[in-house]
Design a protein around this ligand. Sequence first.
Ligand code: NAD
Ligand code: TYD
Length: 341
Amino acid sequence: MHRLMITGGAGFIGSNFVRYVLEKYSDYFVVVYDKLTYAGRMENLQDVEDDFSSRYAFVKGDICDALTVEATVQKYEIDTIINFAAETHVDRSLMEPGSFIQTDVYGTFVLLEATKKFHLERYHQISTDEVYGQVLAGRSTESDILDPRSPYSASKTGGDLMVLAYYASWGLPVTITRGSNNIGPYQYPEKVVPLFATNAIDDQPLPVYGDGKQMRDYQYVLDHCEGIDVVLHKGELGEIYNVGTGEELTNLEMTQIVLATVGKPESLIKHVEDRPGHDRRYALDVSKLRGLGWEPHHTCAQAVEKTTRWYMENEWWWRPIKNGDLYKSYYAQQYEKRLRA
Ligand code: NAD
Ligand code: TYD
């Protein structure tokens, strides 16, 4: 495993993973393969291009486009595909589910076909705790029944099942990680922590859905990247590994940490109309991955504080996004009515 094709590598977690892997393994060559949707941004990889130009290449392409996928695998003599590419935001999946099904299910199939055709050494799928559905009590283990409840999580579940089908049917060398909510540098400010941090900096209201008592395991993105690395090197083929802190915060607790870090009052909190089908709680049992020697370095609270500081110090990155027409029209569609009510 030395020549990696990292799909979705211009997005939030993918770009953090690319940087992590190139810094850690001096003999790895990385090709980022990315369609550059609104969430995929070349500036997320600017320093990577500067620092690792001899071991890094970028290809603009869609994972649903088999010809370009195959040409890239051949041209760069890829031996491993790590698939981060996906449509990822639950609220957008409620507005427009089609692209989720296309990328997260069909795109996964295209990548598996390429893995099979070119006899690659490994295919790794980046999945999510959301495939288990809401977990009101206890913690999800890897063998639990899947119960997705949004078009996003249903699409990710379809992708996971396709990966497992290729393992069962053809013995493809696959692994899957299911991560909890990631936070950290370069996360598009539609997800809750960067949205709230940047709104707080601008003295804008923080729209908390419903009562704000929903629970999420907010993990620092580099802890997740380390977990993926451990599974790539020590994981068993055909196996699934949960990755998270193993603890949760309520959304209100998370919001209070954001506000305290920015130094803004709790009067900015505005409870708004809830998300339809809002999953109340996700909670992971991460003992299987711990068994491979991995452990997270940040609690949820530390991750929220560290992430908020990054947004306070890196306005150059998010300000142009938030000032753009694309973001403004999404924000108006998602929040204008809610905030007026
Ligand atoms: P993101 O939305 O920031 O990035 C997704 C990337 O995929 C972007 O660069 C985008 O351009 C690219 N992409 C989208 N459709 C594509 C296509 N058809 N072909 C090629 N590239 C395409 O997402 P993220 O938060 O970095 O998530 C990465 C992966 O991790 C996803 O598979 C997601 O489901 C999973 N995941 C995310 C979280 C989280 O909290 N963010 C948690 C667990 C798992
Ligand atoms: P999000 O970052 O969209 O991740 P996910 O829904 O995939 O877990 O949302 C995290 C939590 O924050 C979730 O419980 C929904 C809630 N939330 C809000 O309360 N307000 C918001 O504006 C957003 C985007 C999310």
